[in-house]
Design a protein around this ligand. Structure first.
Ligand SMILES: *Cc1c(COP(=O)(O)O)cnc(C)c1O
Length: 339
């Protein structure tokens, strides 16, 4: 293996040694299998390929100063994958199988866990697919759970530097009673058009509005949205956004810091009243937002006046990252060590 340049890693795929797989057949989950292949055998009529029976997760393993590898709130990812599975009628992986799969995948690829202090981490990608054949529209009777890992750098190449985002008026990533609250690939397919246009026009991401009224903020492509107004942390309440574990953790940390947390509808006009705004998710933790452009009205909202992330966002970012890397005490029991 050639040496990896940890500090310049992109957020992307890198081949590692092994991945792990379990199969659901005849009503039962198999034992974990270890594979060194990057490919999966799949039936050409698999429901994942035709009818979108597919869900995924994303979490990270962090190397602490003490040389120990930490997982952050893996139980939340396991539960969310179970919700996604139930939401699109797939076999539900048991908690213990999910844990065993991610821990095994990390242990088998220990040399790919980036060292402490490089800003990089080991991204863990669990994937659940319907791989039983169907031609008529029906849930499959066979499923595969797969976990691969990849060392990654920050998601936005700007890192913890403020980004610009663009409101999307002419497409929705999810319908009000659709699959927005499940982590399924179909939502991403629906978001690609607006996301790619945003990238082409120089923005880091698209910002989606509620699909019903187009009045309220939903979420920012692959990340939840939050705002700081005085001593309040505000994040959208919506049935079509993905319940982000990062956002949930930031809400807890905001309360610890003495802020009030509000989960409610956020009308677009309110963007003019916020002191700080940001996007949050496992990949980037927090991406501070410096500018939001509304192409429908030509309006622009500016934050980070001095070019830097706001004080509260910075504090939250440091606190959460500190817990993940083991520099801050784990007062909420969020960390699991990989022994
Ligand atoms: C995964 C994801 C997020 C972030 O969730 P985390 O649990 O914080 O990583 C936000 N929005 C969407 C659409 C997602 O798929």
């Amino acid at each position: 293996m050639t040496a990896i340049e940890w500090s310049t890693l992109p957020f992307g795929y890198m081949k590692t040694n092994y991945n792990v797989r379990a199969y659901f057949r005849e009503g039962e989950w198999s034992k974990l299998e270890i594979s060194d292949s990057e490919y999966i055998p799949i039936h050409m009529a698999a429901t994942a390929l035709h009818y979108g029976q597919q869900a995924f997760e994303g979490l990270k393993a962090y190397m602490g100063k003490d040389g120990k590898i930490r997982l952050f709130r893996w139980e939340e990812n396991a539960k969310r994958m179970q919700d996604s599975a139930n939401g699109i009628l797939m076999a539900v992986p048991p908690m213990e199988l999910f844990k065993d799969a991610i821990v095994t995948a990390v242990k088998l690829n220990k040399e790919f866990v980036p060292p402490y202090g490089t800003g990089a981490s080991l991204y863990i990608r669990p994937l659940l697919i319907g791989n039983g054949p169907r031609v008529g529209v029906k849930p499959a009777d066979e499923y595969m759970l797969l976990v691969f890992v990849s060392p990654v750098g920050p998601y936005f190449k700007e890192g913890f530097n403020p980004v610009s985002i663009q409101i999307a008026h002419d497409s929705d990533r999810a319908a009000p009673l659709g699959t927005g609250r499940y982590k399924v690939g179909g939502n991403y397919a629906a978001s690609l058009m607006a996301g790619e246009r945003a990238h082409k026009e120089g923005f880091a991401s698209a910002l989606f509005l509620d699909a019903r009224e187009k009045k309220y903020i939903d979420e920012a492509g692959p990340a939840n949205f939050f705002a700081i107004k005085g001593k309040t942390y505000i994040t959208p309440l919506s049935e079509s956004i993905l319940p982000s574990i990062t956002n949930k953790s930031l809400m807890t940390l905001a309360e610890d810091m003495g802020l009030t947390v509000e989960r409610r509808k956020i009308p677009v006009e309110e963007l003019a009243e916020f002191d700080e705004v940001g996007a949050c998710g496992t990949a980037a933790v927090i991406s501070p937002i410096r500018r939001i452009v509304d192409p429908a009205t030509g309006e622009e909202f500016f934050y980070c006046k001095d070019g830097k992330a706001g004080e509260v966002s910075t504090q939250l970012y440091k606190k959460l990252l500190g817990i993940q890397y083991g520099d801050e005490p784990d007062t909420h029991g969020w960390i699991t060590f990989v022994e």
